[in-house]
Design a protein around this ligand. Structure first.
Ligand SMILES: [Zn+2]
Length: 167
């Protein structure tokens, strides 16, 4: 809990994920009628395996997830992915719901933001590595990059963040 308090000193509303998601799941059912029977869960988070525990927690509650995301927690599935998942929504009690969970993730380790230790590794790694790479690359170098068909997700993230890097 010391770790949580340290994080809350910067993000006052931060919670342990299983408590946050558990509360949100109950709220969604009690206030809006979302149930596993009438809801398709879609996840648009970063593909970093460090997030898998939370995705599985949600998947265990809501059922199999539609994978909508990719690097940096951006919904790379786009309009085509949204159209596809819209056709996968179950109906019960006159309701059809789509629950899309998405967003970036930032590691925190011993006072350092954007860092995490990983199983079987002695060093500390970036988290989110995609976002850290954008920051390291910088505005000028991203502007000079040419199209790379083998790195489309990262290029999308770079283009999305470019106006913020310029500032
Ligand atoms: Zn990431």
């Amino acid at each position: 809990m010391e770790l949580l308090k340290e994080i809350q000193s910067v993000f006052a509303k931060a919670e342990v994920a299983r408590i946050y998601f558990g509360n949100q799941n109950i709220l969604l059912e009690q206030q809006y009628g979302f149930t596993p029977g009438n809801t398709r869960f879609a996840e648009g988070g970063c593909c970093d395996e460090i997030n898998e525990l939370e995705y599985r927690l949600m998947e265990n509650y809501w059922g199999e997830r539609f994978k909508f995301g990719g690097l940096a927690g951006y919904c790379h599935g786009g309009k085509t992915g949204l159209m596809a998942v819209a056709h996968h929504i179950p109906e019960a009690d006159g309701q059809k719901n789509l629950l899309l969970l998405a967003g970036p993730h930032i590691g925190f380790h011993r006072g350092q933001w954007g860092k995490v230790p990983r199983k079987g590794q002695t060093g500390i790694t970036a988290s989110c590595g995609s976002l850290a790479t954008v920051l390291q690359t910088g505005y000028a170098a991203i502007c000079e990059k040419s199209d790379d068909r083998l790195d489309r997700q990262q290029q999308s993230v770079e283009q999305l963040l470019l106006p913020y890097l310029e500032k």
